[in-house]
Design a binder for this molecule. Sequence first.
Ligand code: NAP
Length: 169
Amino acid sequence: MDVVIIVAVAKDGGIGKDNDLMWHLPADMKFFRNQTWGHHVIMGRKNYESIPERFRPLPGRVNVVLTRNTHYEVPGGEVVHSLEDALELARNNGEQSAFVIGGGEVYRQALQQNLANKMYITHVEAQPEADTFFPKFAAFQWDAKVLEEHPADEKHAHRFTIVEYTRKN
Ligand SMILES: NC(=O)c1ccc[n+]([C@@H]2O[C@H](COP(=O)([O-])OP(=O)(O)OC[C@H]3O[C@@H](n4cnc5c(N)ncnc54)[C@H](OP(=O)(O)O)[C@@H]3O)[C@@H](O)[C@H]2O)c1
């Protein structure tokens, strides 16, 4: 099973502020939706709660929410208490590509534990003030392929580039 990180990152590594995203980039949201559709999406409890109630659980995907709270409930989704359990759940369901969709704490663990073999990183040409960051990673361990370069336009305040990173063997 592939374990795929998907994230949008500012120039300084920022990914969020006040438990929210820092931009609205519809074309990137569409990319996220297309990539993750039909798959397991593994997320931290804070990220889950940052999704507006009417949009959660994310439709068309198995929502797997990580929390240490054994009483937590996710109607229409799954609750797990470790990243290992999240991946095991996906594997047991026959998943081919499980997506780690954040936030910062969950990305950090996935990278530290070398769990991911692929990453889709949207590099956003902006640097708004952030309080949550994507960890620095060893670029030399990954092959990078640019998938999409998107200009700023009336619907997108910032230019961004979507890069597919594949872990080198
Ligand atoms: N730019 C992007 O692409 C992107 C994507 C996703 C999120 N974000 C942003 O990231 C921010 C949220 O990130 P965050 O770092 O604050 O929080 P987070 O990673 O979303 O959630 C952290 C919580 O997840 C649970 N958790 C984490 N690791 C666990 C483990 N190993 N076992 C059990 N539970 C575990 C804990 O929940 P409990 O406290 O309940 O125990 C922990 O408090 C928001 O600003 C959001 O908008 C940005």
